[in-house]
Structures are given as C-alpha cells and as structure tokens.
Design a protein around this ligand. Structure first.
Ligand code: URA
Length: 219
C-alpha cells in the first residue's frame, strides 16, 4: 500500500504485483465479462484485506484445547457498512463481503449524464443507519470526475457520522480525487491505481473502459 503524496489519506496498491496483475487483466480489452467480473471480485476481496491492515486490533486471551494463549480481534471488521454504487460495484461488493461478512449493505443507484455537465441522477437509495463505531466503505470501481461519489457521500452522511469513511475504487483520475477531497477532506480513498487523467467524455485514461458495460456485457 502506497500513500500518495499529493493528498492526505489517499492510498494505491502499485506495490502489489498480485493486484497489478488483476488490474492488467481488467484493462485488457480482450478480457471477457466473466473474467472481468471475477477480477473485480478478487480486487474487492484483496483490497478488503488491505483495509483490515489499517484497523485497530485488540489483544484477547483465549484457551486452545491445551492451554491459554493470546490472540487478537479486529473489532472494526464487525462494524462495517458497505455502500454499493450500482452497477459496476456489485462484483466488488461480492469480494468485500468475503472479508467483511458482518457488513450491513447499502445500495445506491446513480447515473452520470453526458459531457460537458455530467449531471448525476440518483434514483434508488437504501442505506442502513450508521453509528459512530461504523466504518463505511463506499464501493465504486471508477473514480472519474468524482461527482457521483460526492453525491453518494452527501446521501450517506444523512444516515449518521461514521468512525471512518472509506471510498474504495479500482481506478481513479486525479481530478476525481481532488473533487472528493475538496468536499470531504476526511474521506480515505483506496484504489488499486491512480491513472493519468480524464478524457473529454469523462473516461479515465489509460483506464479500462466502461466498467459496468464490461462487467455485465450490456451497454
Ligand atoms: N466510469 C467508467 O466505467 N469508466 C471510466 O473510465 C469512467 C467512469
């Protein structure tokens, strides 16, 4: 996990050959929907493990069948709310719940209009109540302009103030990170990689194309 020097609390995984190999497969235009979805599930799972490394641990005493010993518990792992931004985050969430099996799940449907305005329409919002012990993980594979995520975070905050607010993506454009950080400096952003830029249509470059279309085979 690498902390990006340009912003506070923004991390990428350029140092993980395994995650970079999965990303390479996702980027490749020859990769079909089945492999693409599987790649997103794997990323969700392994990025979940990385997030756990940033959580507090508590030492506990337990007894094996033979004697007493010390163990640990990652308490925050049990207080997770995953907010899934439809569509492309669905496979990412599948991976995340393998690691955060106690998670309560929120679903948000947000679609982005066309350039130059990229206006965001939110037509389905179901988010559980959030407590000060919770870590909220908002899963959205592509952090492009950041506008969708700003809207989603505004919605999430109506349900309570969490201990940590994490945005988890596959790729981000610097423009999108900048936008989120401007509005919500407290947000932590975890992405496999931060790409170069956005094109005029709001796609991340070099990117991987439209993540929803590629995962579900339906434009
Ligand atoms: N959404 C995508 O699916 N891909 C991009 O490059 C940008 C937004």
């Amino acid at each position: 996990m690498i902390k990006d020097e340009r912003w506070e609390k923004v991390y990428s995984f350029d140092d993980s050959p395994y995650l970079m190999e999965i990303l390479t497969e996702l980027r490749n235009k020859e990769t079909d929907s089945i492999a693409f979805r599987k790649g997103l599930v794997k990323l969700g799972r392994f990025m979940g493990y990385e997030i756990i490394k940033t959580m507090d641990i508590e030492k506990i005493k337990i007894e094996t069948p033979l004697e007493e010993t010390e163990g640990i518990i990652v308490k925050d792992r049990r207080n997770i709310v995953i907010v899934t931004v439809l569509r492309a985050a669905v496979p990412l969430m599948e991976g995340l719940v393998k690691v955060f099996e106690h998670a309560r799940i929120g679903i948000v449907s947000a679609s982005r209009g066309k350039a130059p305005k990229f206006e965001i329409e939110m037509n389905y919002i179901k988010i559980p109540q959030i407590t000060p012990e919770d870590t909220v993980i908002i899963a959205d594979p592509m952090i492009a302009t950041g506008s969708t995520l700003v809207k989603v975070i505004e919605e999430v905050k109506k349900y309570g103030t969490p201990k940590r607010l994490i945005v988890l993506g596959v790729l981000a454009a610097p423009e999108g990170i900048e936008r989120i950080k401007e509005e919500f400096p407290e947000a932590e952003i975890f992405v496999t990689k931060i790409d170069r830029e956005l094109n005029s249509k709001g796609y991340i470059l070099p990117g991987l194309g439209d993540a929803g279309d590629r995962a579900f085979g339906a434009p």
